[in-house]
Design a protein around this ligand. Structure first.
Ligand SMILES: [Mg+2]
Length: 147
């Protein structure tokens, strides 16, 4: 029997589908959830395993990022103008390629992909405090005059 099953058996059940667990089991369950959670930082580390290390990585991965973004655009173009079907799996695969190259550009630049994600959300919150609007897009309050 696995630990999860042991915890389920040890735990006392209470109404509304809740269970009560001891603190050690709680931390173990939390660790299990963290292990399954894919963060941007963790993704970047895992993706880097398959990156070819050389002197021109930034150029290699910058061009690759652009090419993969083009593959996403091509799927959409063929769907809209050529009568192709568009499949979720194909979009997911190409967006994954975009993410891989973006993660490697960030790595070569010494930037944690998690920081990229957090910074982008912070910028968007500042630019669009109430969600997207054309007015806020034109104002771009997060951009300094010299940018
Ligand atoms: Mg691709």
């Amino acid at each position: 029997m696995g630990r999860l099953e042991e915890i389920k058996q040890r735990s006392s059940k209470i109404p509304f589908g809740r269970i009560v667990v001891n603190i050690r089991d709680y931390h173990w369950l939390l660790d299990q959830a963290r292990e399954k959670c894919m963060t941007f930082t963790k993704y970047q580390q895992l993706a880097s395993r398959t990156a070819k290390k050389h002197d021109e990585e930034l150029i290699n991965y910058g061009l690759g990022l652009s090419a993969e973004a083009g593959e996403v655009a091509d799927l959409i173009k063929k769907f809209r103008f050529h009568g192709h079907k568009i499949y979720e799996d194909d979009i997911k695969k190409e967006l994954g390629d975009v993410l891989w190259y973006a993660s490697q550009v960030a790595r070569v630049a010494g930037i944690d992909l998690g920081d990229v994600a957090e910074s982008n959300i912070a910028k968007l919150k500042k630019r669009y405090p109430h969600g997207f609007s054309s007015e806020d897009s034109i104002k771009r309050v997060d951009v300094k005059d010299d940018d």
